[in-house]
Design a protein around this ligand. Structure first.
Ligand SMILES: [Zn+2]
Length: 157
């Protein structure tokens, strides 16, 4: 796993957890964005693409930067679709809790605990066997595939 590269001063914000730490299992990091896997047992194939500098809103990014970030989001989505054949991919950018620009890329399955509601809804059912055991591809292999896919877009930092 790569080492977390914090925002260059003075772009970081004290007290922002995505400026201070990776925010999950760090899968790949370029100079401008990183991909992490959220460590969420209910949703094991839950990745985030995080802009490195502290930016709160999508429209704060220049168009070229939006395109670069969306390229990474798209690459992660493609890996999840190809590897896991999910019922649906969910893309979301909220930032209500941590207002540091990031996109959620989440593989959803009709058996998951909240489907068809958003992952942030209350659980509707228990899932057995555990979600990670139901994936077609082990998480370590999925991480490696994601890292390879996004490495084609930008060099590692
Ligand atoms: Zn931040």
């Amino acid at each position: 796993m790569p080492d977390f590269l914090p925002p260059s001063a003075p772009a970081g914000r004290p007290g922002c957890e995505l400026c201070r730490e990776a925010g999950g299992t760090l899968v790949f990091q370029s100079a401008r964005w990183r991909v992490i896997r959220a460590d969420d047992a209910a949703f094991p194939a839950f990745y985030r693409v995080v802009w490195r500098e502290h930016v709160a809103e999508w429209s704060d990014l220049a168009l070229a930067d939006q395109a670069a970030l969306m390229g990474a989001v798209t690459a992660v989505e493609r890996v999840l679709r190809d590897g896991l054949a999910p019922t649906k991919i969910n893309l979301a950018s909220l930032g209500n809790v941590v207002p540091h620009l990031h996109w959620h890329v989440i593989a959803r399955f009709d058996w998951d605990s909240r489907f068809p509601a958003p992952v942030w809804a209350a659980a509707a059912r228990a899932v057995e066997p555990p979600p990670a055991a139901r994936l077609r591809v082990p998480l370590e292999e999925l991480d490696a595939r994601v890292a390879r896919a996004v490495a084609a877009l930008a060099p590692a930092a």
